[in-house]
Unconditional design. Structure first.
Length: 195
């Protein structure tokens, strides 16, 4: 007689732990964001995962001022689910839907579905963004591709938010020599939305 209640309690606990431990679970609740980063109604969050990687910089002439400074040339990150399993990779690549324009890219590690996006809003609001951390972003998807076997886990993404950032800021100092590269460690959470 005692095994039924224990079995039921175990089943409920496993279900609750499983639902809470995976950031990509059905009921994704993104963190509060500054108003300019909110995603319009009709788009619902369906994945939230943690990224660890680098913001890659290159030493180029400053666009305003004199001398050489660090310029972002793209991210390189691995994105994990709540169990610590690699789910996505994040990098800069050519978007085939825009004739090869370089865009931030996310590729699913299992089905290789891919999306490309660009930032439509940015915030460094000190009420949200930690000192020394890269800005939070709202990105709009401008290209999507199913994997070669029809995988579409990312293909329906419409918007992505970069939130909860840590690190990633390039030094404000001059750099040398021209073309030198710097890989600045960062972490962030990415929230994926679909219609």
């Amino acid at each position: 007689m005692q095994t039924k209640p224990i079995t039921l309690v175990c089943a409920v606990l496993i279900a609750l732990i499983g639902a809470g431990s995976v950031r990509g679970a059905q009921h994704v609740v993104p963190p509060p964001v500054p108003g300019e980063l909110e995603v319009d109604g009709g788009h619902v969050p369906y994945l939230m995962m943690h990224a660890v990687g680098t913001q890659n910089q290159i030493c180029l002439p400053r666009t305003s001022g004199v001398g050489l400074g660090w310029t972002l040339w793209g991210p390189q990150a691995t994105i994990y689910d709540g169990r610590g399993e690699q789910i996505l990779t994040h990098y800069l690549s050519a978007n085939p839907e825009e004739g090869g324009v370089l865009r931030a890219t996310w590729r699913h590690s299992r089905d290789t579905s891919t999306v490309w996006a660009f930032a439509t809003a940015t915030s460094s609001d000190g009420n949200y963004v930690e000192p020394g951390a890269i800005a939070w972003l709202r990105l709009q998807v401008v290209g999507a591709e199913d994997g070669p076997t029809g995988g579409d886990r990312l293909s329906r993404t419409t918007f992505i938010q970069r939130v909860n950032t840590v690190g990633g800021m390039a030094p404000p100092t001059d750099c040398a020599p021209l073309g030198a590269k710097l890989f600045v460690p960062y972490e962030a959470d990415y929230v994926f939305y679909k219609m």
